[in-house]
Design a binder for this molecule. Structure first.
Ligand SMILES: Nc1ncnc2c1ncn2[C@@H]1O[C@H](COP(=O)(O)OP(=O)(O)O)[C@@H](O)[C@H]1O
Ligand SMILES: [Mg+2]
Length: 328
């Protein structure tokens, strides 16, 4: 598969004004209405007391028997609609978009405890990869290495054909233009409207006004916010705010999207809408790397899963699930 990264660093006015390769109506059931998806019936984990005079029938929940609703009979995941086997097959051959070779990261504050240790992985164009693991296992550190917010202290990282260890600081902004980022806390500018928040991302990289005016409304319609362009972030729900940050990440059509717990602040039904959006962006050809704690979502999606434990890759599985991690 072709490397989707643009080889030129010039961000001139030769833009066509097109946003993504997504046909807006290609998947009509995906819309702003996703946020309104009613959650599937979820067991509350509470047990009915059947006949108060029959104490043996009372099901006592003990510490050794956690009332995990996802393990109750009849539990249906809200993410079930996304679980399909028709995920486009990604040929993992050719030039990887991201390549880690024996990468380590030691923060000066914790010299004896590497945040990442001996991490090797290849992520190919068009893949959707979950990065899972306990809090503190190194997920955010791994993502920050991809965007060169951190530099590895050992090993080699190649992103879009460029060795990040050798990349000069002045070239880093060009790398970042090709990587959309989405965070748990949205990071929207509170005094700017939805439109202005997304436009700002293009203005910062010197896009002409004509491009901004064409691309911003299009990407906002794509994420289901065509009607809310003039709202301020505090007038939006959490799910809508996260849609704005996805729109901002995608407006420059980057070939790679890096998401750090993008659904971490959202309830399951709202997360489903965001997940559908990211899945759709991926199906349109964008490589997506997403760190998450959300076991249920990972189990339902059947995407590639890279599991970290104390800075080591302990599992790298195609169409994986979250796996057992105890209480997360
Ligand atoms: N800026 C930092 N300085 C020092 N230690 C850090 C820093 N960021 C993360 N760490 C440490 O690195 C390890 C991995 O953290 P992190 O990548 O944030 O994990 P996760 O995202 O999986 O929760 C943890 O031990 C954490 O305390
Ligand atoms: Mg983190």
């Amino acid at each position: 598969m072709a490397n989707h990264f643009r080889t030129t660093e010039r961000q001139g006015s030769d833009d066509t004004g097109r946003v993504l390769n997504v046909v807006p109506d290609a998947n009509p059931q995906v819309s702003a209405a996703d946020d309104a998806f009613a959650p599937a019936p979820v067991s509350t984990g509470q047990f009915d007391v059947i006949g108060a005079d029959e104490p043996e029938a009372v099901h006592v929940v003990t510490a050794s028997e956690p009332a995990d609703p996802t393990e109750q009979p009849g539990f249906t995941s809200v993410f079930a609609p996304l679980a399909s086997d028709d995920s486009p097959a990604v040929s993992r051959t050719g030039v990887p978009t991201i390549s880690f070779k024996n990468v380590s990261l030691v923060y000066p504050a914790q010299p004896n405890k590497p945040a990442l240790d001996g991490v090797s992985l290849d992520i190919y164009p068009g893949e959707f990869v979950f990065v899972v693991g306990h809090s503190g296992s190194g997920k955010s550190s791994l993502l920050r290495l991809i965007t060169r917010e951190q530099r590895a202290t050992g090993g080699q990282i190649i992103v879009a054909g460029q060795d990040l260890g050798k990349m000069k600081n002045k070239k880093v902004p060009y790398l970042r233009r090709q990587i959309g980022t989405v965070y748990q806390d949205f990071k929207l500018l509170p005094d700017k409207t939805v439109y202005e928040n997304v436009a700002f991302a293009l203005e910062c990289i010197g896009k002409p006004r004509s491009v901004v005016k064409a691309q911003v409304p299009e990407v906002l319609r794509l994420v289901g916010l065509g009607e809310k362009m003039d709202n301020f972030p505090d007038q939006l729900s959490g799910g809508e705010q996260q849609r704005v940050s996805v729109a901002r990440a995608m407006v420059n059509r980057p070939p790679l999207l890096v998401c750090d717990e993008p659904t971490g602040n959202l309830d399951p039904a709202i997360s489903l809408g965001i997940m559908k959006l990211l899945d759709r962006i991926n199906r349109a050809g964008t490589t997506v790397v997403m760190a998450t704690h959300d076991r249920e979502m990972v189990d339902s999606m059947r995407k590639r899963v890279i599991a970290l434990e104390a800075g080591h890759v302990v599992r790298d599985q195609e169409k994986g699930g979250y796996g057992y991690y105890g209480a997360l």
